[in-house]
Design a protein around this ligand. Structure first.
Ligand SMILES: C[S@@+](CC[C@H](N)C(=O)[O-])C[C@H]1O[C@@H](n2cnc3c(N)ncnc32)[C@H](O)[C@@H]1O
Length: 250
């Protein structure tokens, strides 16, 4: 694959199979603190370890987060949504192998509101690095629809890239993210491959804005969640432009 033209080859605003293949290979290295995000998110799920409940993951990717929930909560079920056939295939292998009867995957288009229609009551909506593919209005409307499907006291917990509020913050996020990847590349792959790819493919959205990515600022997302009716809205973790946000249903 010609990585320099990878993004330009896809329809503007659409995540394509090229992105999926890259993310399968380097996704773990490219997300700062992914292990901390996983641990924090699991801690915040409003359920006891042996309680049955339904979790819905928005943009399952390879399925690592859904797998973590199923591992931690022995009677949980997960319904995972993703738009990429390649991602669904890989997540299906991971989840199907270990948790066949507790995991279901569906294809969806994030921008199409009807994907939440008919969902049963959900204890927790989870997401990692996906909601920034919706613009501000899309996120705002999504928060309203998700609250409508939540069990009382259920949660929305999502990690994502945040739009900086100043140019100072943008250049800090860019440098801090690249530094994280430099370190994680060696830690995870034993060499600089993930970092080299990150630079060559212009993946750092703080240096190379792309129509595919529509991050919103952290304060506006907190406000939209509160306006939608979420309680206990907070930032639970943040690093290098990435943050884990969430709130609970009344
Ligand atoms: C950056 S990856 C994150 C994957 C996974 N959640 C993780 O943390 O590793 C973005 C995921 O969202 C999916 N995606 C992106 N845009 C989408 C859209 N418009 N509709 C449906 N899925 C989309 C991609 O297929 C991909 O699996």
């Amino acid at each position: 694959m010609d990585e320099d033209t990878n993004r330009a080859n896809d329809a503007p605003g659409a995540w394509g199979e090229d992105e999926s293949k890259i993310f399968v290979e380097f996704g773990q290295a490219m997300v700062p603190g992914r292990e901390e995000i996983e641990r924090t998110l699991l801690d915040l799920i409003p359920a006891k370890p042996d309680e049955p409940f339904l979790g819905v993951e928005i943009g399952t990717g390879t399925g690592w987060l859904s797998a973590a929930v199923l591992r931690e909560f022995s009677k949980a079920r997960i319904l995972g949504f993703d738009g990429s056939p390649e991602m669904l295939r890989i997540a299906g292998e991971l989840l199907g192998h270990y948790y066949e009867d507790r995991a279901e995957l569906r294809r969806f288009r994030l921008e199409e509101p009807s994907w939440t229609d008919g969902l049963p009551a959900v204890r927790v909506f989870l997401s990692s690095l996906v909601l920034h593919h919706l613009d501000g209005t899309g996120k705002r409307e999504l928060f309203v629809r998700l609250l409508d499907r939540l069990e009382p006291g259920g949660a929305l917990l999502f990690a994502d890239v945040m739009e900086p509020r100043t140019e100072h913050a943008r250049s800090h996020f860019a440098a801090a993210w690249e530094e994280e990847i430099r370190r994680r590349s060696v830690q995870i792959h034993g060499d600089k491959r993930a970092h080299e790819f990150f630079v060559r493919a212009r993946w750092n959205i703080y240096n190379h804005p792309n129509p595919l990515d529509k991050p919103s600022t952290l304060p506006e997302q907190l406000r939209w969640m509160e306006e939608a009716g979420f309680k206990g809205v907070d930032v639970f973790w943040a690093r290098a432009g990435h943050a884990l946000l969430g709130g609970y249903g009344p």
